[in-house]
Design a protein around this ligand. Structure first.
Ligand code: TRP
Ligand code: ZN
Length: 906
């Protein structure tokens, strides 16, 4: 039995269909910042498949003004505990509710709120209940007609979902607009925006032959930063038509940018609302990463129109049905936009890096949960890297198992069966299985079991028989809430395990498995095979293997697992030099670096002199010199594994030693490859005006990586180079890379130290602030960089962070700003955050509590930083537990933060 002490746990197994259904919703808003009045008219009928009983609507922070049924006051109702119960209503009726809410006071940024003097809404997952009483659950789908009324001067633009069907003036300087959304939708997809905004417009003829109006709405000063978002939107529309045959269904599609926003963006039907960070870009203020993130997020929200909106989730446990699938779609979109095979590989590497750095630790900690969770206290806490990124890996595995065409057949059947419905992850899996006549029963375990499976590989070459046998073993110990379930026995996963075999020259061998005909071309002759690995232990024998091959395992990262295979250093260097699979070439380098770094950590911990294997330096030199490799790929391959990833590889995380080891290796790489770094810096300058395309971005990535390595050496020339690049850059990528190089070298920390020459870092930081004072997104970068700066003996970054919190531009109320300073320090600067004196943890506790009073959703994200406390060295572990307890003891905690800290302490 599942046991938990947390109050208010919602179980997946408790799902019951709604007692009532709502067909149409008519909403009238009288918008004013202090008090907004909402009139809601609902056509309701009893659900024949439901449990019957009273009509129970949910609402939060609402004042009920009146209630009528079929045009007459109705007294049979009661309110209480965020509930409005209408007693014994008729079978079918019209319910009219008038309620009031207070947008100006809403700091949670859920429901209706004010940002920069304009109105916005955020309803996913359960924000609609802060706007009006409703059946606020995704399996209640209705059509909406929305009337907005507001002051014409202050709120000239009035937007809602769907099509504009009427507008005009009202007395007293007010005006109105009426919007009609012809598609049925759950309440979480409702949105409105009202205020002083301007838009960039474009028109395209879509695949259905109809002209579509596209708009990107922003504050007036940002209009010239909307070109890239519009371009990304048009590319997204085209891509979904080509790759999945999905056409934009509305005549109008709008994106609106808002600077106060809890997450990245939201896929409200026809009216996507975005964090400004994922809309606004120009050469001066956005980096290459910003440009590609915007493309990805615009794609993501647009793709939700089919995967999420037309077909939605039955309940919130099915969240990955839309999120995993839509992340997979945006990953594929971005990969296709890269324009080359090598670009696709770079994108894949990026995605896998995120998965390993963030999702693997989540899947090993107290919040570990399956892609389809079994229970939650606060659903906002389950918008996780597991649901999103591991969910995307699960979808990717269908494509790997079924092939691109098979996957497309599955998608077509999914839409054919479920358009207009609210469904489950099992429905998706059934569509994939049925469209391909495959049994995917065992595959379903990816949705029900948490944890990262570990796969060990044994290889035997039989010279006489000319066979090569790979024996794979999988195990996945219980994690997170699974530990409380004594009856649970975990079962093997269905793992698509892609392999290749390299001959002694490093070329791919043609592969044939025992039992396959020798004369078949096609699959049997291919050089990468996807093994259907379904048992706990399973052997695969390749025949006609002329000599001992070098195995290239889990090509392209074909499954979200950890491969435990003891490659020798020589073997890794060989794979790094020859593997035809670019992902595994990168992987070999990462394994080599990880092994070296873990050895360095050990020497540092034992007070020994660290030493670096010359093999490692030579392998990296080869990559840096190899002009046949794309610069973007080289930049990836020469970036050392992140400190968080290294920590996960240890039995006890020692952040200071990890940081010292990584720094030491960076310095050795800087010194021994000095000539090559200099050459790379000078050879990869991009001529001409800034363009954010993948090829130029790759050149800049390698050039700026070279700069960061050059800056590891105490060489005044490098500092001058960085300063010159900072001053003369015509784009944010180069300017910010130069600033980062200057700050990370410690210049900022050593104010006016004559031995270091002019204090370029401090000067450049001042210049950057002045230059971008009126560009909030650039100022976020300024805060984040200082929060993530390295410390040295006398210089503690926590003091700098505390001082920055008093900066006039700092505010906890804006999530981007809070993230840029506080989250960057607590999760982006492990060596400083985990200071031995516990100062980082005390700061963390203070900020979690301060944020919780304003915005529980954001506070709970910060709370998660201490998730892995049990894995740290004993002294740190204790101090972390103290900080967690301090937060847990607080009386007025939100359920968001309470769930996180109580699970961490459990
Ligand atoms: N559904 C959104 C997406 O993935 C994200 C989202 C969920 C969200 N809840 C939110 C965004 C709350 C902002 C606020 O695209
Ligand atoms: Zn999404």
């Amino acid at each position: 039995m599942l046991r938990t002490d947390l109050a208010g746990v919602i179980q997946r197994s408790d799902y019951t269909p709604p007692a009532y259904l709502i067909d149409t919703v008519q909403l009238d808003f009288d918008l004013a910042p202090d008090v907004t009045t909402v009139t809601s008219r609902l056509r309701v009928h009893r659900n024949p498949a439901g449990p019957g009983g009273d009509l129970e609507l949910v609402g939060q922070g609402l004042q009920l003004v009146s209630l009528e049924i079929d045009g007459k006051p109705w007294s049979g109702y009661r309110t209480g505990d965020e509930m409005l119960t209408v007693e014994a209503p008729p079978q079918a009726f019209e319910l009219m509710l008038v309620t009031r809410c207070r947008p100006q006071e809403n700091t949670s940024l859920m429901g209706l709120y004010v940002s920069g003097g304009n109105f916005f809404t955020q309803c996913e997952a359960e924000g609609f209940r802060k706007i009006t009483y409703f059946l606020d659950r995704p399996d209640v789908m209705a059509t909406y007609t929305v009337t907005l009324r507001a002051d014409r001067e202050a709120y000239p633009v009035l937007l809602a979902n769907g099509n504009l069907i009427d507008k005009g003036d009202l007395p007293d300087g007010r005006h109105f607009a009426v919007w009609d959304d012809p598609f049925k939708k759950p309440s979480y997809l409702f949105a409105l925006v009202a205020g002083r905004l301007v838009c960039r417009e474009d028109r395209i003829v879509a695949g259905d032959g109809r002209e579509k109006l596209l708009q990107v709405w922003v504050q007036p000063q940002d209009l010239d930063k909307t070109e890239h978002a519009m371009h990304s939107l048009i590319n997204s529309i085209r891509w979904d038509e080509e790759r999945f045959g999905r056409v934009l269904d509305l005549d109008r599609f709008m994106i609106v940018a808002v600077s106060d926003f809890n997450m990245g963006a939201m896929e409200n039907k026809g009216l996507n609302i975005f964090n400004t960070k994922y809309v606004l870009a120009d050469a001066a203020t956005a980096t290459d990463d910003d440009f590609s993130n915007i493309e990805a997020v615009v794609g993501h929200e647009y793709f939700h129109n089919w995967t999420g909106n037309r077909v939605t989730c039955r309940d919130w446990f099915q969240l990955s049905l839309k999120e995993g699938l839509t992340v997979f779609r945006d990953q594929e979109f971005s990969a296709d936009m890269m324009g080359s095979e090598s670009g696709r590989a770079v994108k894949r590497i990026d995605d896998v890096r995120v998965l390993r750095q963030a999702q693997f630790p989540e899947d090993a900690g107290p919040m570990a949960h399956p892609v389809r969770p079994e229970s939650y206290v606060e659903i906002n806490n389950f918008y996780t890297v597991t649901v999103y990124e591991k969910g995307a890996e699960v979808v990717r595995m269908y494509q790997t198992l079924l092939g691109r065409d098979g996957f497309r057949r599955g998608m077509d059947l999914y839409f054919e069966r479920h358009d207009g419905q609210a469904v489950t992850c099992d429905d998706f899996r059934a569509a994939m299985a049925d469209a391909n006549q495959r049994d995917l029963t065992q595959f379903g375990r990816w949705y029900s079991q948490a944890g990262t499976p570990r796969v060990t590989v044994d290889a035997v070459y039989d010279e006489a028989a000319r066979t090569y046998t790979l024996t794979l073993t999988q195990r996945c110990p219980k994690v997170g809430v699974e530990l409380q379930d004594e009856t649970l026995v975990k079962q093997p996963f269905h793992i698509p395990f892609a392999v290749g075999l390299l001959d002694r020259d490093g070329r791919d061998m043609a592969l044939r498995l025992a039992g396959e005909a020798s004369d078949t071309s096609g699959t049997a002759a291919s050089t990468t095979r996807v093994l259907d690995f379904t048992q706990e232990r399973q052997s695969f024998t390749f025949v006609d293997v002329p000599h001992t091959p070098m195995p290239s395992l889990l090509r392209g990262f074909s499954a979200p697992v950890i491969v435990e295979h003891e490659y020798t250093i020589d073997e890794l260097a060989f794979l790094m030099a020859h593997d035809s699979d670019p992902f595994n070439r990168w992987e070999a380098g990462q394994r080599l670096a990880t092994r070296q770094l873990l050895a360095l950590v050990e020497s540092i911990q034992m007070g020994q002199l660290p030493s670096v294997d010359s093999y490692v330096l030579e392998a990296f030199r080869q990559v840096l010199r190899d002009e046949t490799l794309d610069p973007a790929f080289r930049a990836q391959a020469l970036t050392l594994p992140a400190e968080s990833y290294l920590g996960e590889q240890m039995t006890e995380i020692d952040p200071a030693a990890i940081h010292a080891a990584r720094q030491y290796l960076r310095q050795r790489l800087a010194a021994s490859l000095h000539t090559e770094w200099l050459a790379a810096y000078h050879n990869h300058r991009v001529p001409g005006p800034y363009q954010p395309d993948a090829a130029s971005a790759g050149e800049r990535a390698l050039k700026n990586l070279a700069l960061s390595y050059l800056m590891e050496l105490s060489d005044a020339g490098a500092a001058q180079t960085a300063r010159t690049q900072y001053d003369s850059a015509d784009n944010m990528t180069d300017r910010f890379a130069a600033l980062t190089a200057l700050v990370q070298r410690g210049g900022a920390a050593r104010e006016g130290d004559a031995a270091h020459g002019p204090n370029h870092a401090a000067e450049a930081l001042v210049d950057f602030y002045q230059r971008f004072e009126n560009e909030p997104l650039a100022i976020d970068k300024w805060f984040a960089l200082q929060a993530m700066q390295r410390g040295d003996g006398s210089h503690c970054v926590i003091d700098a962070v505390r001082a920055l919190m008093r900066h006039p531009a700092f505010t906890l109320k804006n999530p981007n700003r809070a993230r840029s300073l506080i989250f960057s320090f607590c999760s982006g600067n492990p060596a400083q955050f985990h200071a031995a004196d516990g100062s980082g943890y005390r700061f963390w506790a203070e900020q979690v509590l301060a944020l919780d009073a304003l915005n529980p959703q954001v506070a709970a994200r910060l709370a998660r930083v201490l998730d892995r406390w049990r894995k740290y060295t004993p002294a740190l572990r204790e101090r972390m537990r103290d900080a967690l307890q301090q937060v847990a003891q607080h009386k007025a905690l939100s359920k968001d933060v309470r769930e996180i800290v109580e699970k961490a302490l459990a």
